[in-house]
Design a protein around this ligand. Structure first.
Ligand SMILES: Nc1nc2c(ncn2[C@@H]2O[C@H](COP(=O)(O)OP(=O)(O)OP(=O)(O)O)[C@@H](O)[C@H]2O)c(=O)[nH]1
Ligand SMILES: [Mg+2]
Length: 326
C-alpha cells in the first residue's frame, strides 16, 4: 500500500499505486481514500464531454499547454476511452496527450470500465480524490456523453465543457441527449471545418431559448435576482490551439464566478451527496441480498420458481416488496 505521506507530497509513483488499487477494487483503496478525503476539496475539476471523436483528448492536450503557462499542476482522467471512431482505446489517448509525458506537473491516467460496483463514476471520483490530495490544482475528466446515468459527470466536476463539431445535426443531437442543461461551456471544436459559424449560431439560439424560458419562470419567484452563470460558447481548433487560451480562461472565469457566489459550495455539497449515495448503494446492496437469502420466504419462493409455480420476475418483486418495508 502506498505511503499516505508520499501521496500527499505528490509523488507520482505513490499516486499511480493508489489509482491501481482503486481500479482493482482492492479493499486497501477504501482505507486509503478514507485517509485522503480530508486532504481533498482543493482542486478545480473540469469535465470535458461529447460524442466519440469530437476531439476531446486533442483539446485537453491543448488545454494542458495553456494551464501549464499559468503554472498550474494538472491531472487528467480519461474515462473509458474506447470510441470506435478514433480507434479508441487507452493507448490512443496516451499518444494524443504524449507531449506532456515528461512534465512532472502533468499526470494523465486512463480508466476503463469494470461494469461492477458503482461503475466507472465511483472509480473516477476515487481517482479524483487521490489527485486532489496530491495537490493537482486542476483535474480534467474526459468522458463520452453526459446526463445518462444517475451518478455521472455533473456529479464529478465543478465545470462542464460540452464539445461538439461543426455540421448539420450535431447541435440538435446535443439537445436530444438532454445535455444542454448540463453544460457550462459549449465548445465547437474543429473550427477549421465548414459550417462552424452556423453550428455556433444554432447553439447560441438554443441556449438563448433555454435562458428565456428560465427567466420567465424566475420572474414570479424571489430567485429572479440570483446571479447565475450564463453558459458560454467558444470555437476551437484543438490541433492548432486556436481559441484554446480563451477556453482555458473561460474555465477559470467560471471557477472564479462560482467561488464568488454560493454556487461552489452548493456544487460541492451536491457532489458529496452523490458520492455518498453511490457508496451507500455499493455497500448495502450485497448486505441486503445476503440478508434476504437467509430468510424462510426466500427459500419458499425459490422452491416455487423451481417447480415453475411462479416466474423469477414476479418472485423477485414479491420478495423485495414483502421483506423491505421502510
Ligand atoms: N480538423 C480537426 N481535427 C481535429 C481537431 N481536434 C481533433 N481533431 C481530430 O479528430 C480526431 C479525434 O480526436 P480525439 O481527440 O481523439 O477525439 P475524442 O473526442 O477524444 O475521441 P474519443 O476519446 O475516442 O471519444 C483525431 O484524428 C484528431 O486529430 C480540430 O480542431 N480540427
Ligand atoms: Mg479521447
Amino acid at each position: 500500500m502506498p505511503e499516505i505521506n508520499d501521496i500527499l507530497s505528490g509523488k507520482a509513483l505513490a499516486g499511480a499505486r493508489a489509482i491501481r488499487l482503486i481500479e482493482e477494487n482492492d479493499p486497501k483503496a477504501f482505507e486509503l481514500l478514507k485517509q485522503l478525503y480530508p486532504h481533498s476539496g482543493n482542486s478545480f475539476i473540469i469535465g470535458i464531454t461529447g460524442s466519440p471523436g469530437v476531439g476531446k483528448s486533442t483539446l485537453i492536450d491543448s488545454l494542458i499547454v495553456e494551464f501549464r503557462k499559468l503554472d498550474k499542476k494538472i491531472a487528467v482522467i480519461a474515462v473509458d476511452p474506447s470510441s470506435p471512431v478514433s480507434g479508441g482505446a487507452i493507448l490512443g489517448d496516451r499518444v494524443r496527450m504524449q507531449k506532456h509525458a515528461t512534465d512532472k506537473n502533468v499526470f494523465i491516467r486512463s480508466m476503463a470500465s469494470r461494469g461492477e460496483k458503482g461503475g466507472l463514476a465511483r472509480t473516477t471520483k476515487d481517482a479524483a480524490i487521490v489527485f486532489d490530495a496530491m495537490g493537482y490544482e486542476i483535474i480534467i475528466i474526459e468522458t463520452v456523453g453526459a446526463g445518462q446515468t444517475q451518478f455521472d459527470i455533473k456529479d464529478l466536476a465543478h465545470s462542464i465543457g460540452i464539445v461538439t463539431n461543426p455540421g448539420a445535426g450535431d447541435g440538435i443531437q446535443t439537445v436530444k441527449a438532454g445535455i444542454l442543461e448540463t453544460g457550462d461551456i459549449f465548445i465547437v471544436n474543429k473550427s477549421d471545418k465548414p459550417d462552424c459559424e452556423q453550428t455556433f449560431q444554432q447553439l447560441n439560439m438554443m441556449l438563448n431559448m433555454k435562458a428565456g424560458s428560465k427567466t420567465n419562470t424566475a420572474t414570479s419567484s424571489k430567485t429572479s435576482s440570483k446571479i447565475t452563470w450564463t453558459p458560454k460558447i467558444l470555437k476551437t481548433n484543438a490541433q492548432t490551439g486556436d481559441g484554446v487560451k480563451e477556453l482555458a480562461d473561460t474555465f477559470l472565469e467560471h471557477f472564479d464566478f462560482m467561488g464568488k457566489s454560493t454556487a461552489l459550495t452548493t456544487k460541492q455539497k451536491e457532489m458529496e451527496n452523490s458520492y455518498f449515495n453511490a457508496l451507500l448503494k455499493d455497500l448495502t446492496i450485497n448486505k441486503i441480498v445476503e440478508f434476504i437469502k437467509t430468510s424462510d420466504k426466500y427459500r419458499a419462493v425459490l422452491k416455487k420458481i423451481q417447480s415453475r409455480e411462479i416466474d423469477p420476475l414476479s418472485a423477485a418483486q414479491l420478495l423485495t416488496d414483502t421483506i423491505i418495508k421502510i
